[in-house]
Design a binder for this molecule. Sequence first.
Ligand SMILES: [Zn+2]
Length: 229
Amino acid sequence: MTHDVSAFLGGLYKTQRSNRFAAWRLILRYHAACRKVFPPRKAVWGKFYNEPKGAYIHKALSEHLQAKQMSLCCYCRDKIYHRKNSNIEHILPIARYPMFAFEYSNLALACVTCNALKSDKDYFRVAALSADYTANVFDCFHPSVHDYNDHIDFILFQTNHIYVRVFKSRSVIGDRLCVEHLKDVSIYGVKEQVNPVVAGAVKKLGEFLNGKPGYENAFSALKRLADNI
Ligand SMILES: [Zn+2]
């Protein structure tokens, strides 16, 4: 656990010393259990926040992350209007890395779409992860390590009939998040199965923005998009 967590807990129970110690004890108990368990127990996070004190910490942590991230999803930058429309995201998934389930730097707030689409996917290709979380070098965009604006750009286009988001990477690290995850977010928003013409146009637009072959068709793609609005 990093010192950031103690700062968070310090603020959480500023006037309640006994609760602060109890919260620490609870987190450390789960943290220690997670480091020992193999194969991973995915249910450990649910078990934690189903305990009364765990639920209180979970809610407070969620609000803390929302404020820290200025109410923006850690992956797609969609606005998080309410805690119920978001989830605490394990950047390195619990299914593979239970030892980091309670690691502060491994937690971020994601919109429900990103959280559901990502699920247990592991975007990283780090050959040997260090048990010291902060010593690792991550080869995909990591919300706690990288600055979003250095690695990803996006365009949002919305009318009465269409909702389009296209993501463009600015770096190798951003590339991987676009390929592994954000393209799924774009497709989910467009509802490909409902209007394949629009979906095709959005795909071309994405290729244009990413400088891939076929970019010369971007303007006809935009025209098709406009014709379908
Ligand atoms: Zn999102």
